[in-house]
Write a protein that binds this ligand. Sequence first.
Ligand SMILES: [Zn+2]
Length: 165
Amino acid sequence: MSVAVACVAGVRAALEAVRDPEIPILTIADLGILREVRVEDGRVHVVITPTYSGCPAMHAIEGDVRATLAAAGYADVVVETRLAPAWTTDWLTPAARRKLLEVGIAPPVEASSDKNVLRLHGAAVACPRCRSSDTELVSEFGSTACKALYRCRACLEPFDYFKCL
Ligand SMILES: [Zn+2]
């Protein structure tokens, strides 16, 4: 295996391969989990902020970061976990929101500091298919703990909603 000369752009490009285990269309950069990439004296520092402790997939991500960078030839990698400030769904990039809609998952309603939105009640979650906001919460837990199950009253389709935090 060749040893890559560490540069921030190269590391970021390699990390495009690290995806959310539950929503593989989203990279950790899309999710806002990837906070920082630094190269100091040839050593790669990657700073990640976990989504939330209820998300078991998060434990896999640090391992994926290490494995992906090792495969790309980065021998000297430090993965730091930064817990503060806490990750929120506000950190999802516009690209992430677009990708969620494309696969029929409603992206989180913004302004997660709104406690009503946080608890799902009263949040106007638009249907990812027909964009109607006439939707109802079916279950606080969708296909995974990170998602809630909604149903659209307009097109009658159920859909996952990426919960706000
Ligand atoms: Zn609909």
